[in-house]
Design a protein around this ligand. Sequence first.
Ligand code: ZN
Length: 343
Amino acid sequence: MSGIRYPWDAAPEHGEAIEVAEGVLWMRLPLPMTLDHVNIYALDDGDGWTIVDTGFDSKTSREIWEKILAGPLKGKPITRVIVTHHHPDHVGLAGWFQADHGAALWTTRTAWLFARMLQLDEQAVPTQESLDFYRRAGMDEEVFQQRASERPFNFSDVVAPMPVGFKRVKQDDVVRIGGRDWDVHIGNGHAPEHATFWSRDDNLVLSGDQILPSISSNIGVYATEPEADPVGDWMESCARLSQYAREDHLVLGGHKLPFTGMPLRMKQLIENHHGALDRLMEHLDRPQTAGECFLPIFKRQIGGPAYGLALVEALAHLNHLYHVGKVRRTLRDDGAWLWQRVE
Ligand SMILES: [Zn+2]
């Protein structure tokens, strides 16, 4: 098994593109977060372009898209938008491309339902269910009080309205994009029903956030489904998708750089979570809340803007151990779950 290689050591500038294969352009849009970018791909369909993922809906994104349309896309229309999963950095402008550019939206059914539901579900204050969920997670009191008092993050802040209508992409579909036939394989764990595309005609894989190099995809539990086991879903997906991984695959993911060496990367993705789960089991020799489990899972304490993502990921690992019967949980007086390993 050989190492992971990055054929390009730098990303394209905003508004510019790098041709990573014949008729396949790699572009980037900025994100106002620690993870400060998302990768976008455009595939040449002859009379138009298919784009894969869109970036946030923001003034900056739309300006960069105008530059991309006039520049690398040479004024040819975007006829189809493929969205790998429902997260806002990927789906943000899908509705805009549908409504203003006449593009068709192709995505999984769950991605579409989640994206449209969340885009419409604007909240001025956190719901009681969200607050209960934070309590169950044992959220740090200061963070809790702050969240309880402010307008929560809303999908509609960064996702354009989504008109009714999409084309469903599902497991075992073969779709034609950019002069190639692609097998669709569905992953789970980072987002439910996450689409990936594997070219039958060359070595390209459009992996979204299901397979990323150098960073781990966030695997979180949310108030929408507090009992979910996304770590279990993630492990199942990694094991299944790794069967198709080849050394020469050029993986075009949602973040960071295109890479080769997918068999090793899949192995790492699986091992990372086994390691975290083992350390977590050690840590649970006495009762702990999810908020007290950062050190064994991430090997460091996490505060500041990453606190929320760390908390939902800690909960995901605890839920997994709970569902496989390795830990039990009891409610503390303040409403927080205390997790402890089953001896
Ligand atoms: Zn992403």
